[in-house]
Ligand binder design. Structure first.
Ligand code: GDP
Ligand code: IMO
Ligand code: MG
Length: 422
């Protein structure tokens, strides 16, 4: 399969988990390289539903190695829970999951600060997952964070944590929030550290040893292109590089070792949290929510929904270097008479063919739509491209062409089998 970076080409929740699970069959190693437990990747295997937050979705296939890379921020308590949950479901993790010793740690004060900053922002809030992701990456950039290598070194960790709790309690007090008890946090983190110690190692060396031995690596992106801290709809973004470059910095595998980039996108658009979404449409949202779909995998919040935005995905192709596309949730549009696609924006009297960087301008953009005829046929039982309705094929080919990459996978349901190779 060669080394493949998989990214979300929209605002997250594109169905990356499902596509990772499918592509893992051909890979030897699956690596998460950014984000934290803000991610929620859903995979169905038979009737069983798995939601992965920190552990790569590749863990569900046997005889594959999984790595949580240096670019990820890890809440150790949450990781221990996830690992134990997987063990209960008889998923093998011991000896095949590796955690980077240089990945930064998320602490309770990060979560509390995340919540307090959102309250302070009031109606301008980001709508974060409140998992402490922004403050944890903030500490990393400020060079005041603690890493997994510290957590597994108990003497050093105690002193470092004491200082961090002292400093952060001052900040929490200023917010009018309750200070944290060092003893309670230390006890919980020490216990989690002891459980995680066997997983923690130098993952950069591990990955390069594997590359030397000819392994094929799949890099599992979290979030999506427009939640990228540099290329997203700032400030309504997450705090990591969700675009393909993040896979390199977040793993220690260089760009010239990468062979292809796969972009995952829904056949329509969703977003959870605040920030502009030009193609947002209440009817589409009601339709999907009434089907029981489009509720967040991490927070359970109803996702905002809208028509496919090709202006956005074209930009995603540019900044990620997307070669191939996997289009998911095609079945979500099965009942529609007419399907709209944004091909440009109108802002006042101006037509824009690219996303503007100014968030105020972007929030005023109105989509200019092209219309496609709906296929009005269930697609969830179709397994071959040639059996897809002609109008569905035309729609998918058109949005791939507008996005500027090659359509290779169409997904018509959450299950592995509901995957059509084009
Ligand atoms: P991720 O964060 O990108 O991994 O995506 P999520 O798991 O948060 O959300 C995607 C949702 O769509 C999950 O509930 C998947 O089970 C589901 N899903 C993925 N592909 C398809 C598809 O082709 N059709 C349907 N009906 N559901 C899908
Ligand atoms: P996966 O990997 C969708 C969104 C939040 C919020 C913004 C910032 O499942 O696609 P954060 O907690 O990261 O500081 O929140 O980013 N967000 C996601 N939206 N899918 C995700 O991950 C997300 N992770 C964060 O809703 O708008
Ligand atoms: Mg998700």
């Amino acid at each position: 399969m060669a080394n493949t970076i998989l990214v979300g080409a929209q605002w997250g929740d594109e169905g990356k988990g499902k596509i990772i699970d499918v592509l893992t069959e051909q890979a030897d190693i699956v690596v998460r390289t950014q984000g934290g437990n803000n991610a929620g990747h859903t995979v169905f295997i038979g009737e069983k539903k798995y939601v992965l937050h920190l552990v790569p979705s590749g863990i569900l296939r046997q005889n594959k190695l999984c790595v949580i890379g240096n670019g990820v921020v890890i809440d150790p308590i949450s990781l221990v829970e996830e690992i134990n949950g997987l063990r209960k479901l008889k998923v093998h993790v011991d000896g095949n999951l590796f955690v980077s010793e240089t990945a930064h740690i998320v602490f309770p004060y990060h979560r509390e600060l995340d919540a307090q900053r959102e309250i302070l922002k009031g109606k301008n809030k980001i709508g974060t997952t409140k998992r402490g992701i922004g403050p944890a990456y903030g500490d990393k950039a400020a060079r005041t964070g603690l890493r997994m290598i510290d957590l597994v070194n108990s003497e050093r960790f105690e002193l470092q944590l004491k200082a961090k709790i002292k400093e952060n309690n001052e900040i929490l007090k200023a917010f009018g929030a309750k200070p944290l008890s060092f003893k309670t946090v230390h006890q919980a983190y020490r216990a989690a550290g002891a459980q995680l110690k066997p997983f923690v190692c130098n993952t950069v060396l591990k990955l390069h040893e594997a590359i030397g031995a000819g392994a094929d690596i799949l890099f599992e992106g979290a979030q999506g292109t427009f939640l990228d801290i540099d290329h997203g709809t700032y400030p309504f973004v997450t705090s990591s590089n969700t675009t393909s470059g993040g896979a390199c910095t977040g793993s220690g595998v260089a760009p010239n070792r990468m062979d292809r980039v796969v972009g995952v996108m829904k056949a329509y658009t969703t977003r959870v949290g605040e920030g502009p979404l030009p193609t947002e449409n209440a009817e589409i949202a009601d339709m999907l929510h009434n089907m029981g779909r489009e509720f967040g995998a991490t927070t359970g919040r109803p996702r905002r929904c809208g028509w496919f935005d090709a202006v956005a995905t074209r930009h995603a192709t540019m900044v990620n270097g997307i070669d191939e596309l996997a289009i998911t949730n095609v079945d979500g549009l099965d009942t529609l008479d007419v399907i709209k696609v944004a091909i440009a924006y109108r802002c006042g009297s101006k037509r824009l063919d690219h996303m503007p960087n100014d968030i105020e301008v972007f929030s005023k953009c109105e989509p200019i739509y092209a219309e496609f005829e709906g296929w009005k046929t269930p697609t969830d039982k179709i397994r071959e491209w040639k059996k897809m309705p002609a109008k569905a094929k035309a729609y998918l080919k058109a949005i791939a062409e507008l996005t500027g990459a090659k359509l290779t996978i169409a997904s018509t349901g959450p299950a592995r089998e509901q995957t059509i190779f084009v």
